[in-house]
Design a protein around this ligand. Sequence first.
Ligand SMILES: *Cc1c(COP(=O)(O)O)cnc(C)c1O
Length: 352
Amino acid sequence: MTWEKNVRRVVPYVAGEQPNKTGMVKLNTNECPYPPAPGVKAILQELDREALRLYPDTDAVGLVEALADHYGLEPEQIFVGVGSDDVLAMSYLTFFHSGRPILFPDVTYSFYDVWAKLFGIPYKTCALDENWHIRPKDYVGSNGGVIFPNPNAPTGLAESLDTVEQIVGANRDVVVIVDEAYVDFGAESALPLLKKYDNLLVVQTFSKSRAMAGVRIGFAMGSKKLIRFLKDVKFSFNSYTMNYPAQKLGVEAVKDDAYFRSITQKVMDTRTRAKEEFRRLGFSFPDSMANFLFVTHERIPAAELFTALRKENIYVRHWDKPRIDNYLRITIGTDEEMDKLFTFLKKYLESN
Ligand SMILES: *Cc1c(COP(=O)(O)O)cnc(C)c1O
């Protein structure tokens, strides 16, 4: 058993469960309730066997160019990866190498501390204020880098571009990563700041707003220098991460901007309706700009509601963690799915 003491031991990130039950209402992992752009399905049917026999393009040039075009950047300013989790892990490995602690909020995406521990990067968390907002002054002073989502998860709250700029500007000697997994549901992107700051990395994903969580596409945007360093690390690790079909499908998704706008708008409309319903039922929540709501009930503990919902095959997310253990994170589904949720909640709250 001596080899065991030489093992790299990690406590892994725990993703939300992926049940597959008929009639279930799955509101636990922030997927888009609508299908990807029609062109994505069309391309999928066209893919011939050469798409599988050959190695994919290591630079995913087609996808990178489509993204550069869409966001008004140079192709050299874009890095793509297998979901933004892959992009973020590579970014940790590349940029958080000073030996000083990196900073992120105490209530945030639960992968951040996992990567820090995996790579042996020291970290410090900064408490969100009592309204779940970031306090920019916490991010001033010596550190090894900064990462935060905007909008934040699991609160859904967005910070203003001004707050983001304060943090980026106060940290010119390290890299600041803004994880914009949910930015397409009404928040303001940090993209315009790229013109001014070469230490800013903006990370986005196809998993939520482009309805392609299963395809695994994420990307980072930054200065050419930043992206070059990121590629150097990636190509020292695994050249062929993003498969050929994913590259092709990604291009189709980016090209169809009208469809993209229509599904993100539908999610936002349903979110507005859901906020009213939750309020009526005695829930409160931060004013989410993401495709989920972070709700707490005035009377019934979150853990109890979580269990009751699960019995009904309605899946939401609950964490047994300080500050957030009385909250549920509920993805915005279709109107029909939300109706099922509210019908059940109404009934449950009347009899409990
Ligand atoms: C969902 C999510 C990601 C990762 O998504 P991918 O599917 O890996 O692109 C990253 N950050 C936050 C905050 C998320 O919620």
